[in-house]
Design a protein around this ligand. Sequence first.
Ligand code: FES
Ligand SMILES: [Fe+2]
Length: 425
Amino acid sequence: MTDDIFAEAPADLVQPDRVAGRLYTDPAIFEQEMTKIFERTWVWVAHESELPKPGTFKSTYVGRQPVIVSRDRKGNLHTLLNRCRHRGASLCEKPRGQANGFTCPYHAWSYGLDGTLRGIPYPDGYEGVVDKKDLSLRKLRTESYGGMVFATFAGDIEPLADFLGDAKLWLDRFMKQGGGYPVKVLGRHQFRFRGNWKIQLENTTDGYHFPIVHRSWMASVDAETADMMSFMTDPAAITHALGNGHSVMQMVPEHSDLDADDGTEPLQARFDHVVAELSKTLDDGQVRKLVRAMHGTGFNLNLFPNVSMSAAFFRVLRPIAVDETLIEHIAIGPDGPPELDVVNRERMRIHEHFQGPFGFGTPDDAEGWDRVQRGAQAAPEMPILVNRGLGREKDDEHGWPTSHVTDEAGMRAAYSQWKQMMSDD
Ligand code: FES
Ligand SMILES: [Fe+2]
């Protein structure tokens, strides 16, 4: 093996059934990913409910580049490079807030919500030197679909709706967990793990690990919930590609489309108190919709390269270094009248129970991810196998490779996109 990534084309690093261990450990590959993938595709930056009013903003990242996502006075969304045009200082370190614009803390150049340079202090030194209209903040293309906001540095790639393609259907379905109401962000937390970002990317449609890694979670929940998540031998539970590296893992197929409800499935007994509370003000149909959506939609949607939608939350990944990744878990729930507080309280408890920092699920996942990195570093020349289910994989009616929910079809889809993007000059 050689340390020179150029000695092997990226195409050789990814085979249909395996990928090179160096994909997790090689800093040169990581550097290329940051430009060839994260600066060349649509990267998730926000949910519209995080920017509800004119002047609201959040600061985040596209790959390793700090950006501000803002809503201007007219309600338009902008993604601005968080870098002053004077001498480069970051403008905004607040994670979220509301403002009339952004003023650089270094020499107080001030910018509008759309990135236009508005003011320069002591402007006499700049007479004949600077024209403010040439010094707006660098702006990324910003588009949203179904409330999900994405940005890209690439001016020439396809519109977001085309990039999402068949994933749009699943995004629409995921949002039905509002139970007839729009979905809003309820809260969030972040953590880092000592591993490569693709280890997380793989995990979202890895049904194989579920009964193993999440044994302690399975043992901690009621029998109805454990039964719902016992999909290992359910032939109707499948994972399939959606194009452009996206994939969907359908663990509870009867919940994939929450509108398709024949009314026979009993509501879980654990939610009896929620039903009692909601029934004071809502009719039976509305109550059923909200309670049936309590665990989410029974599938995980993985959108290449940085966001997944699972249960009642979004999982956002941010690559920090070849062996370090930041994860943000963003809990969601219906955005409706105060009567729904009981629903959102219950959803938060479910979310914390699995995904929370003291939860029974994610800490076990994160241990697995750390171990993958440690093991891969021990022998980067050995391949990572992504061949589970290759013998039974078939194209579905839309031509997407489809296999059992425990198979590695989602990973193969993501690596095929990786290979294509990394091979582009
Ligand atoms: S670096 Fe921003 S005003 Fe000087
Ligand atoms: Fe997991």
